[in-house]
Design a protein around this ligand. Structure first.
Ligand SMILES: *[C@@H]1O[C@H](CO)[C@@H](O)[C@H](O)[C@H]1NC(C)=O
Ligand SMILES: *[C@@H]1O[C@H](CO)[C@@H](O)[C@H](O)[C@H]1NC(C)=O
Ligand SMILES: *[C@@H]1O[C@H](CO)[C@@H](O)[C@H](O)[C@H]1NC(C)=O
Length: 499
């Protein structure tokens, strides 16, 4: 027989179990606290040590290969390091392009815009007859040969002027190169090598000494050598066009030392479009989201251009953090910052500032929340740090005061101005965790683009990154549709970027 005391304990146990399954929840509209407090995010900053270390390991110095034919196409930009690992791969392989036709159009436009460049002699060759050396330098593009009846510098400069990004040429004669002497149609040994960076006489390190002629019997094969190796260049690199989907934040004296750091790559030339493509394809930081900013700069070591760093960030940086000027024999030069254009105004809901601690609204200047007829506050915007992913603003789907179980709709006050036919990504952080695992199991949000569902989330989750893809039509309507109290969803830190 069960004692009355044990019965009492059993009953108490039952009641407490029941209480746990249907807890009384103070809804967000009454300033209830989330089931789990929202974790503070710490933003990693630039890993300068890893960058400096990789600079010492990378070797991007090239001369025209002895067996290369003249006038071959410039190879696509090469990624020579990724996050400290030395590599040799293309930008397309690291970050596949989303819109090939568009980037090609852009390159053609860029080609036609170039002003007539003013080349100056940077160094002379040694007197005729003396063995000299050709340049081994960064950003080698391609080479040609010019008529060798005279020391024909002008023909070389004219050729360079027609090549996108060419800012320097090394003119020299190469002897005992069988291909130049007998195979290639030009029948000239006066080489003209084009570079996308400016080099000095200190970089004349290629003395030849290679066997190019075939072995005939026991005769000694003559080795290659160079004479009259001179350098001609502009006084700086060509100002790059701003990549599609980005704004130039500024040209800086130093590299950024900024929060929201996602990692870096080295490029074989100063190519802002390549860096933009790497940023677009970088993937996401679980706390910070997609790449929103890149910093490109040239590393000059002992006076010699060595590599081109592309650092990526999920937070937009500016001149105030461009304070890394280099260290030791490494100098930071040509630093530029570019921010990804965000088409969504106030995607962090920080523009709602009706109070300084806790308040909510159905709409304000930048966002409109709507409820089905009979519902109230089914979509709302909060000023309350405890609900936000970052800052103090966030939006809520599901009745803020728990007065109905209707689905709310949250939309930007204005349609999104897009480019027709271009690809975009919609990125947000969403949290369906306020009322705990069980009640939030039913949580659901659809991301709608002109009335079509393009993405969304469902089920319990703490703040997590959510992304959807959409194609622009020129003017587009975005809406977040969801919530059904007490299965609420908070939304914060949204962006719309060109993909
Ligand atoms: C990089 O890869 C290309 C293509 O595979 C190759 O031609 C080139 O020699 C490689 N460069 C280095 C430094 O390994
Ligand atoms: C010009 O180049 C051709 C092909 O390499 C070579 O045979 C010839 O000797 C060169 N002429 C001069 C003046 O260097
Ligand atoms: C090269 O070979 C020829 C005969 O094949 C020989 O007479 C001559 O001495 C050789 N020369 C040298 C330098 O070995």
């Amino acid at each position: 027989m069960i004692s009355s005391l044990r019965l009492f304990t059993l009953a108490a146990l039952l009641i407490s179990t029941q209480a746990a399954t249907t807890p009384t929840i103070t809804p967000p509209g009454h300033k209830g606290l989330p089931n789990q407090p929202i974790a503070d995010i710490s933003h990693p900053t630039t890993d300068n040590a890893a960058i400096v270390q990789a600079v010492t390991e990378v070797d991007q110095k090239t001369a025209p290969p002895i067996d290369a034919a003249p006038n071959i196409n410039i190879a696509p930009t090469v990624v020579t390091a990724i996050d400290g690992t030395i590599t040799n791969t293309t930008v397309d392989a690291v970050a596949p392009p989303t819109d090939r036709s568009d980037s090609r159009k852009k390159r053609e436009r860029k080609f036609g815009r170039r002003a007539v460049p003013k080349f100056e002699k940077i160094f002379d060759g040694l007197p005729q007859g003396q063995h000299d050396a050709s340049v081994e330098g960064t950003a080698y593009l391609t080479y040609t040969v010019v008529n060798n009846a005279t020391y024909n510098v002008q023909a070389c400069l004219d050729w360079c002027a027609g090549i996108d990004g060419c800012v320097f040429v090394n003119v020299y004669q190469e002897f005992n190169n069988y291909l130049l002497d007998f195979v290639f149609g030009e029948k000239s040994n006066l080489k003209c090598a084009a570079y996308g960076d400016i080099h000095t006489a200190a970089e004349k390190t290629n003395f030849g000494g290679q066997a190019s002629y075939p072995q005939v019997g026991n005769e000694t094969v003559p080795l290659t050598f160079m004479t009259q190796s001179s350098g001609w260049g502009l006084n700086t690199l060509v100002d790059p066009d701003t990549p599609d989907g980005y704004d130039l934040v500024g040209q800086f004296k130093g590299a950024n030392n900024a929060p929201g750091y996602m990692g870096f790559s080295f490029l074989d030339k100063y190519d802002v479009n390549a860096c933009a493509q790497l940023c677009n394809g970088r993937g996401v930081d679980p706390n910070g989201g997609g790449c929103a900013y890149f910093n490109i700069w040239r590393a000059v070591v002992d006076g010699t251009p060595t590599t081109y760093t592309c650092s990526m960030y999920y937070l937009v940086a500016d001149a105030s953090t461009a304070v890394n000027f280099g260290q030791g024999n490494l100098i930071v030069t040509l630093s530029r910052g570019y921010a990804r254009k965000d088409l969504l105004p106030d995607g962090g809901f920080e523009g709602y500032t009706d109070c300084d601690e806790f308040c909510l609204t159905e709409s304000y200047a930048n966002w409109i929340g709507t409820s089905p007829s009979g519902g109230s506050y089914d979509a709302s915007i909060f000023y309350f740090e405890a609900y936000a992913h970052t800052g103090h603003g966030s939006a809520l789907l599901g009745a803020a005061f728990d007065e109905d179980a209707d689905v709310g709709t949250l939309s930007p006050a204005q349609p999104i101005k897009t480019e027709s036919g271009a690809n975009y990504v919609i990125q947000c952080f969403m949290s369906s965790a306020f009322s705990g695992q069980q009640l939030e199991a039913q949580a659901k949000v659809d991301i709608m683009w002109n009335g079509q569902r393009v993405g969304g989330v469902s089920g319990f989750q703490e703040y997590a990154f959510v992304q959807a893809s959409a194609v622009g039509t020129g003017s587009d309507k975005l809406a977040f549709v969801g919530g059904s109290a007490p299965a609420w969803t908070f939304i914060d830190d949204c962006h719309i970027y060109k993909a």
